[in-house]
Design a protein around this ligand. Sequence first.
Ligand code: AHR
Length: 496
Amino acid sequence: MAKIFINEKKKQGHINPEIYGHFSEHLGRCIYEGLYVGENSDIPNVNGMRTDVVEALKEMQIPVLRWPGGCFADEYHWKDGIGPKEKRKKMINTHWGGVVEDNSFGTHEFFELCEQLGCKTYVNGNVGSGTVQEMSEWVEYITFEGVSPMADLRKQNGHEKPWKIDFFGVGNENWGCGGNMTPEYYANLYRRYQTYVRQYHQDAPIYKVCGGPNVADYHWTEKVLDTCAPTPSRLMNGLSLHYYVHPDGWDEKGSATKFDEKTWFKTMAKALYMEELVTRHGAIMDQYDPEKKIGLIVDEWGDWFDVEPGTNPGFLYQQNTMRDALVAGITLDIFNKHCDRVKMACIAQMVNVLQSVILTEGPKMLKTPTYHVFHMYKYHQDADLVESYIEGLKEVGEDEIRVPSLHESVSVSADGTVNLTLNNLSVTEESEVEVSFAELKPSSVTASILTEKMDAYNTFEEPDRVKEVEFTNYEITENGVKFSVPASSVVLLRIR
Ligand code: AHR
């Protein structure tokens, strides 16, 4: 029997809703088809945005959306995507599949989408192949209210009022596709470019995100912070981190749906590695920013497997199983537990690309297992993290690959409800669990569960095979709750 101790009185930080953020790039069928079908499509839409997808994302409580890339961001020239659509430039998307990008989804469309979703906006600027002037003018175009060349252009293009940029990324992966820079070189460029990301609204300042490391490149983190010292918090609000899970490494990503138990455990171990990454990058940040004013922004994370057979290799379209659900649950638990430093995160990517919450095929849409995890975890958004730990934790795995059988995080919502999310990483064994509290004597519980075989997934023929359902198999005891978590499952308990 595993015992989970929750000290609901010991608040350890506030969980920013933006930890539950998403990423949408001009890549494959994410933007085009997945989100945007155009006003003249037979697929029901509002101003070109798919109604089914928008509704599902709202229901999941999407807090923030990052756009337009990714690698695409450092090749994107925003002026190509404004004005009458028939006059917008057509070009080749060199990074992703070599297909024609007609720029019909641009700045106005992105802000329209975010308005429909009711979410915050995260715009990623171009450092790799763009100028300071171009970046500066984009910010002016989007956010300046008064009289100026860019504000006037926006008005000419039909949008009188400015929009709000909540987060702005100064380049993407500038150690790689964003220009192959050294950290010292990028950091100096960052200092320069961010200067001209002007704050036109003092009451709603833009949160500036500096391009951070790839995975365990601690040297990058150190050098970038070093170059932006001594007062990094004046220059940057956040530092990004990218980390993708592929169980056997980059060169052998493996199938998204056909894998054995050993690969399952390798995947779990690689998901758990996020803990080390956040801790170690966080420790470097502590040296420069002990007050934790700068957020660690994990704006690309998730599983990256081989594309579905027969699909364009440049489109990164992959299926999504219970394995992805567990990776999402574990990762979100880690972010919750590090909410003192992790201020935003974006799973890659929202629709039809990598670890998506939604897949589409023509007019059809399905919610993946990962969607259901985000839906269950939404109660952590804007709640306070509280202390929790598990005693009597077993290890599960195969051969040398060992992982803890359970992984949890706990928060308390503003109304006092305790939210416990728990993942069972075993593929064969259910786990008996007893939860106890510091003071709370539970009187009511509502709960849901996502459980299926490790490689189960939803198809357009059977879209609800893996689905969140009500969980009633618990017992309220004098000082807690007892229940049993089936193998390969994610559980949410809301306890009062
Ligand atoms: O998400 C796919 C790609 O992965 C992004 O464009 C890039 O930033 C990362 O390497």
